[in-house]
Design a protein around this ligand. Structure first.
Ligand code: GLN
Length: 447
C-alpha cells in the first residue's frame, strides 16, 4: 500500500531519492511468512519505515543528497538500520535532505527539491525534509531523520508531524554520515506521539561502536505511555517569544500552554539569558566540526572524483570544488577559519564557553520545571526559493532549535495549530537529559 502511495504522490512531493521496492517486498513477505508459521515477532515487525539519506545502508546508495556521494553504496549498515532489521521493519527507501544535512529547507540537495505536502508551493523544512514530507504525505508511516541543530524538529513542525530529537547519546551515530559529531542525533518522524515512542524503542540503546553512545537502560517508551500530565511543571522561556517570532506562532504555543493548564500542568515563565548566544555558538561549533568531518571526502577513498587531473593536489582541489555544493563549501570555509591558529581562541574557544553557559542555564531552569514549551521555528514554512539566496536569514530561522543540541537535551516537536494560510505550526517540549519518557507522556496527554 505504501509503495503504491509513493508511486502516486512522490512525482509531485519528491520525498524519496531512492525507493527500495524489491527489498521492501522481500522483507514484508518474510515477515508474513514468519507470522503464518506462528513465530513471535517484535512489536513493529512488518511496519514500513523511510530513512534519511545520510544513514548508511548496504541495500541502497547513501548520498547525503550530495554529488560527492552520488551512487555510493556503503559496505555496512548503520546501527539504527541493524536495529530496524532486528525489529523486522520494512525499509521503503532513502529520503531527500539538505546536502550533508546543512540547511533548513531541503533545497540544498544536489538532486531535487521536496515539496511540503501541506502546501506544495512551500518547502518541507530541513534538513530532514524528505523524511518529514514522506510521513506527512502518507508515503511512509514513519521515518528516521537526524537533528544537529533542528533538522528533525523543524521539518516536523513545517509538515505537521511529530519529530523527536533524543538526548545526545541515546541513539548510536554509528553509520550516520557525520555533520557535527558533538551535536548529531538520529530520531523518529511519525504521525503520532505513540508511533514516535514505539520507533524510539527500536533504535535507542547502547552501541560500543559509537564512543558517545550511552550505556543506559531506557525501558520501553511505547509500552509505558501514559496520558496523565497533571502535576507536571512546564515553563515558557521568554527568549523564545520575543522579537522575530511571528505572532501566529507565539499565539499558538501560548494557547497550547493554556490547554496544558486545563490538563493540570502548572505553567510558569522563565528567562534563559544566554540563549541569545546559542545561535552564533552553534554556527561556529557545527561548522568547525563539519570542516574536519568532511575532510575525508577527498576524491580518493570514495565518492566523486574529478576527471583529467595532473597531480594529487589538483585531484583533491577539483574533486572537492565540483563535488560539494555552495552551502557545504560555506560551512567548510567558516569552520576552517574559526579553527585556524590566529582565530581559535577568539571564535572556537569562545563558542565552547558559550556552550557551557547554555547548558548551565538550562540546568538551572530544570531544577524547578519538568519541561519547557517553546516554538520550533519563528515562522511557518516559506515558499520554495524564498530563502535560497540569503544564508544568514536561513541561519536565523534555527534560533529556537539549536540551544537544545548545544546542551544535548531531548526535545519533541508536535503540531499545535495552523496559521493564517492553513500551514502547520509546531511546538517543542524540551526536557532535561534522559527525560524522553516524561516528554512522551506530556505530548501524549496534549495530543
Ligand atoms: N538548519 C541547521 C543547519 O543548517 C540545522 C541542520 C541540522 O540539524 N542538520 O545547520
Amino acid at each position: 500500500a505504501y509503495l503504491s502511495e509513493i508511486e502516486s504522490c512522490d512525482p509531485e512531493i519528491g520525498a524519496y531519492l531512492a525507493v527500495t521496492a524489491d527489498t521492501a517486498r522481500a522483507r514484508a513477505a518474510a515477515v508474513d511468512a514468519a507470522r503464518l508459521r506462528g513465530e513471535e515477532l517484535p512489536p513493529l515487525a512488518g511496519v514500513p519505515v523511510a530513512l534519511k539519506d545520510n544513514i548508511c545502508t548496504r541495500f541502497a546508495p547513501t548520498t547525503c543528497a550530495s554529488r560527492m556521494l552520488e551512487g555510493f553504496t556503503p559496505p555496512y549498515d548503520a546501527h539504527v538500520v541493524e536495529r530496524l532489521e532486528a525489529g523486522r521493519m520494512v525499509p521503503l527507501g532513502k529520503c531527500n535532505m539538505d546536502e550533508f544535512a546543512m540547511g533548513s529547507t531541503t533545497e540544498s540537495s544536489f538532486f531535487q527539491i521536496t515539496r511540503n505536502p501541506a502546501d506544495p508551493s512551500r518547502v518541507p523544512g530541513g534538513s530532514s525534509g524528505g523524511s518529514a514530507a514522506a510521513v506527512a504525505a502518507c508515503e511512509a508511516p514513519c521515518a528516521l531523520g537526524s537533528d544537529t541543530g533542528g533538522s528533525i524538529r523543524q521539518p516536523a513542525a513545517f509538515c505537521g508531524v511529530v519529530g523527536m530529537k533524543p538526548t545526545y547519546g541515546a541513539v548510536s551515530r554509528y553509520g550516520l554520515v557525520a555533520f557535527a559529531s558533538s551535536l548529531d542525533q538520529i530520531g523518529p518522524l511519525t504521525r503520532t506521539v505513540r508511533d514516535s515512542a514505539l520507533l524510539l524503542d527500536v533504535i535507542a540503546g547502547h552501541d560500543p561502536r559509537d564512543a558517545t553512545s550511552l550505556a543506559r537502560e531506557w525501558g520501553s517508551f511505547g509500552s509505558q505511555l501514559g496520558r496523565e500530565a497533571g502535576g507536571l511543571r512546564a515553563a515558557l522561556p521568554a527568549e523564545f517569544f520575543g522579537e522575530g517570532i511571528a505572532p501566529e506562532v507565539s499565539d499558538a504555543v501560548k494557547a497550547a500552554a493554556a490547554r496544558y493548564e486545563r490538563l493540570g500542568v502548572r505553567v510558569g515563565e522563565v528567562s534563559l539569558p544566554t540563549l541569545r548566544h546559542a545561535l552564533p555558538a552553534y554556527y561556529v561549533l557545527s561548522s568547525a566540526e563539519a570542516s574536519s568531518n568532511l575532510s575525508r571526502f577527498d576524491g580518493v577513498r570514495c565518492g566523486f572524483r574529478a576527471e583529467g587531473c595532473r597531480d594529487i593536489g589538483e585531484l583533491y582541489r577539483e574533486s572537492r570544488s565540483q563535488g560539494f555544493g555552495a552551502e557545504v563549501k560555506r560551512r567548510i570555509l567558516l569552520g576552517s577559519f574559526v579553527l585556524s591558529a590566529g582565530y581559535y581562541d577568539a571564535y572556537y574557544k569562545k563558542a565552547l564557553e558559550v556552550r557551557t553557559l547554555v547548558q548551565q542555564d538550562f540546568a538551572r531552569v530544570f531544577e524547578r520545571f519538568d519541561f519547557l514549551l517553546a516554538p520550533v521555528a519563528p515562522t511557518t514554512a516559506c515558499r520554495l526559493g524564498e530563502k535560497r539566496n540569503s544564508p544568514l536569514e536561513m541561519y536565523m530561522g534555527d534560533v529556537c532549535t539549536v540551544p537544545v543540541n548545544i546542551a544535548g537535551l531531548p526535545a519533541l516537536s508536535m503540531p499545535c495549530g495552523t496559521g493564517a494560510q492553513g500551514l502547520p505550526i509546531g511546538m517543542q517540549l524540551i526536557g532535561r537529559p534522559f527525560s524522553e519518557q516524561l516528554l512522551y507522556r506530556a505530548a501524549y496527554a496534549y495530543e
